[in-house]
Unconditional design. Sequence first.
Lengths: 335, 287
Amino acid sequence: MILTRLARSGRAGVALLAAGLFAALVLPWLIYPPVALDIACWALFAAALDLLLGFTGLLSFGHAAFWGGSAYCTGLIALRLGLPFPVAVLGGTAFAALLALPIGYLSVRLTGIYFAMVTLAFAQMVYFVANQWRDVTGGENGLQGIPRELFGLDLSDPFFFYYAALPLVLAGLFAAWRIVHSPFGRVLVSIRDNPARARALGYPVERYRLLAFVLSGALSGTAGGVFAIGHGFAALDGLYWTTSGQVVMMVILGGIGTLWGGAIGAAIVVQLQDFLATAGFDGSGIVTGTLFIVIVLLFRRGIWGTARHLLAARRTAAPPETAEPKPRSRVDAPT
Amino acid sequence: MLQQAFNGLVGGAFYALLALGLAVIFGMLGVVNLAHGAFYMLGAFGAFIALDSFGLNFWAALALVPLLLGVAGAVLERLFIRRLAPLDPLYNFLFTFGVALILQDLMKRRYGVNSQPYPRPPELSGTVDLGLFTYPAYQVFVLGVSALTCGAVWLVLTRTRVGMIVRAATERPELTRALGIDVGRWVTPVFGFGIALAAFAGVLAAPMRAVNPLMGADLIITVFAVVVIGGLGSVFGSVAAGFAVGLVSALGNLYVPALSQTLVFILMAAVLLWRPAGLFGREEAYR
């Protein structure tokens, strides 16, 4: 099934997939291993968000709630129960899905800019709860000393931990890919493009949106859980709205609706931030903010999107005027 | 208890001023301005810098800082926001997010994360006897001024020709244009005005709240919740919800301290369940 699908996507698709896998495998040889792990986590987070933004047409500005929420839950499971880290990450994933259910239920009633505002507000609520519930979350200090336990194996070396955690991340990415290419994913795209028609065809639009939201939240949770284990702590930062903004930036930089583009965006942004931190520059917001503005103003198609566009233009004699990929909302706000 | 209610109203005054600016900008441009909190923060810093470097007192700052930042906002609209306006409104949302990040970190680099002191204006340093309890004069002043400002904006919007044009352009831009009114001409001043309101709130906040680069970041999200509660795109709803949320969270703080920060979001969830368009919003505003 998967193989036939792969074969159908052509030789270029297989080559790209192989290249991507290869890159994921050699990454910690090329760069500082903890940074490699950050890239892997953010890549999954970006793919999870793109599931919602690019394929369902909903911009969530509150995904930090699932990333950070799962980080806390994963950390607590590993710390208090001492379970092996994959189990803890799965627990965090389940928690993120549970958290996404009520938030999604309330948020999918709105679309477009309103959806973004409401998800942002709910994520901030989660942030405040974590900040106040000190007994569980450690408040400002966060959770520290989260163990990396896997049946007695010593994973304290970030190089080895990268390979221990990579299967979880790849499984998450695979899940995102499967969802997008399933019949369910096709319905999501049709809802994105024309919700009224999808509704007329008998699809319960809100329920599809909600399920997409929960799946996206769960995968964000997987990413956040691995991130927490990899760093050995869960902090309030992860729940803050700048985290939500950062992952949105990665998706747009890579290309909305491309799924893999987010990984490129993640690699660039994480590397840039690592570079700024090593250089001792403390105003990384100035750089990321500028990058954000430049992308939004001049580079809305993103890297992967631009490459795809150029390829498509070369293949056809007359370059087609493809519309700019925009996160479509059901109805644009009054202007 | 009454005093706590009064505290709530004073807090609500800031919500109301910020929500009002957001609502006016949103109505006219369809832009949700994520940098609104950053301009509020700049307003407070403006007051601090005016006193610290130029020796200008509170009253001069209250007049000058909103004016300057309003002009800065107008320039921002002319240079960037206008270009993104024809696209999906989400792009402007993201653009203003970038602006907020930059402004915040610029101030953080210059002034650090510690709070800067700002004295109360000497004219308002005493207390006022309100009959049932005495209250700091400055807080009474804040409440009065913001209520007056919101009232004045309301009058301008409902009773003047300018207000009529703005309201018409908000509700039916194409039709207003078809009636021969140059809608585009009003967009920049309205954006500048919304920013000026945020800066005004910032200057008002300087003597009673900690002046630091992060003061606007948390506040703005709460104001978003306020705007959702009041009704998206409803100017009256935003102001009313601003004061109401201030009042309710202060009283909530009294009875259930654990919920002090989250109460507003619980209110928002309840409103979304009951009336997704908000208390004063029209259904079509969000559908």
